[in-house]
Write a protein that binds this ligand. Structure first.
Ligand SMILES: *[C@@H]1O[C@H](CO)[C@@H](O)[C@H](O)[C@H]1NC(C)=O
Ligand SMILES: *[C@@H]1O[C@H](CO)[C@@H](O)[C@H](O)[C@H]1NC(C)=O
Length: 408
């Protein structure tokens, strides 16, 4: 409880301090990290890795998705017929998650140097995939009528099929973080024919059951999800935390190395991810906030809140009558975990405020084909450390790549 209060107070102080500061032009730029202000493609280029942009990959329901690819690493350009590593970001994130800590840390570079052809997805509604053949995300509420159910059952199959077509491969290695794992479970539950297209699933901070999560923000959301859904729809908030300049600005002003509130700035990350100041390099926060939050539908948040509150891993709850019309039952149907037959490696940690250890164990017990259950050997490792931790390679990625080699 004390930690929770500390986080909330830190967050409020941070916002106040950020808003009270001068405009960014007056910032001392000497200490600014060169990746501040760069997007996924520009960051990869700055690291001198090859990068491709594949744009407007169309889903059957008209969304246009962008993917980013690192086709090879620094020393294996000539190698042909590479295995594909398909990586999928979490809630409010984007392809930037896999590259923004630079080539010494981020997993996309490690995978490319290990000989993988790396493809980074972007879910509908984020900075890159905020477009549709007919609907306008700025005007049409219908654009935002989706949760991670649609990301899993429509976006992932569309992107995987695209990657298999372009590369001529039969299967991908799938690596997901947080919502990138939730959407994967949905995909195989709803469309079990995709099991054959998955060589191995590496799940970082896996999320299915959520009733034991300890994140105060999500606990509040769960407590009030019915009211919130009503309020959001009444005042028309369909889009949740888009990547406006505000967050980038707050990140750059409040989190730069000379800012006296940098410590508080880190609290925002702890509020989301859990408490572990040792593994977050605070100098990197302005880089991270350049591209994150990247936007999501309010319905994604509400769908998670429903799962926290119900204890079930199941489809979106529309209320009794609409459930009856849509699903033919008063409560939404559960996802079919028995359909997830592809091999799965679960990477989880004791200090993860979103993927609680007991919830991961409950899910692991139901998975038909568990290849590895790996508790990160640092009791303070948190939800965002899977992307940003200083020691993420020795603590997590090295084990993930070793597992992938077993499935080569
Ligand atoms: C996890 O949540 C479930 C459902 O609310 C509850 O029954 C169980 O006691 C919780 N487990 C722990 C270890 O808190
Ligand atoms: C933190 O990030 C800065 C800027 O990239 C870098 O110079 C420094 O070495 C990093 N510290 C650690 C412990 O990784």
């Amino acid at each position: 409880m004390f930690d929770t209060m500390k986080n909330v107070i830190g967050f409020v102080l941070l916002l106040t301090a950020a808003l009270a500061q001068d405009a960014p032009e007056t910032l001392d730029e000497r200490n600014q990290h060169p990746d501040v202000g760069l997007n996924t493609i520009q960051m990869i280029q700055r690291q001198e890795y090859p990068v491709e942009e594949h744009i407007n990959i169309q889903t059957p329901d008209g969304y246009l998705l962008d993917m980013h690819r690192i086709p090879h690493g620094k020393n294996n350009a000539g190698q042909t017929n590479k295995p594909v590593a398909f990586v999928m970001h979490g809630l409010l994130s984007s392809s930037a998650d896999w590259v923004n800590m630079g080539s010494e840390k981020s997993i996309a570079y490690q995978l490319a140097d290990e000989g993988y052809d790396v493809w980074m997805g972007n879910a509908r509604g984020n900075t890159w995939s905020r477009k549709h053949i007919i609907l306008n995300p700025n005007r049409d509420s219908d654009f935002w009528d989706f949760s991670w159910h649609e990301i899993g059952s429509i976006d992932l199959p569309t992107m995987i099929d695209y990657v298999l077509r372009v590369t001529g491969r039969q299967q991908v290695f799938y690596i997901g973080h947080s919502q990138g794992t939730t959407a994967f479970w949905v995909m195989l539950s709803e469309r079990p024919e995709y099991n054959d297209k998955i060589r191995l699933m590496v799940a970082l901070a896996p999320i299915a059951y959520m009733s034991n999560l300890t994140n105060p923000f999500f606990q509040l959301l769960a407590m009030f999800h019915n009211t919130l859904e009503w309020i959001f729809s009444f005042i028309g908030i369909d889009e949740f935390l888009p990547n406006t300049n505000l967050f980038g600005l707050i990140g750059q002003i409040a989190c730069n190395d000379e800012s006296f509130v940098q410590g508080l700035c880190a609290s925002v990350f702890f509020l989301i991810g859990g408490w572990n100041s040792a593994q977050l390099n605070q100098s990197m926060i302005p880089v991270i906030t350049t591209n994150t939050p990247a936007g999501a539908a309010t319905k994604q948040m509400i769908h998670y809140a429903q799962g926290i509150s119900s204890g079930h891993f199941r489809k979106y709850d529309y209320g009794l009558i609409l459930n009856l019309i849509r699903y033919g039952s008063l409560s939404p149907p559960a996802y079919e975990i028995a359909n997830i037959r592809a091999p799965v490696g679960l990477f989880y940690s004791a200090n993860d405020w979103l993927a609680a250890v007991v919830d991961v164990h409950q899910f692991a017990n139901q998975l038909p084909n568990l290849a590895l259950q790996y508790l990160v050997p640092d009791p303070r490792f948190n939800h965002l450390d899977y992307l940003f931790a200083i020691d993420v390679r020795p603590l997590c990625y090295d084990r993930a790549l070793a597992l992938m080699r077993q499935f080569a």
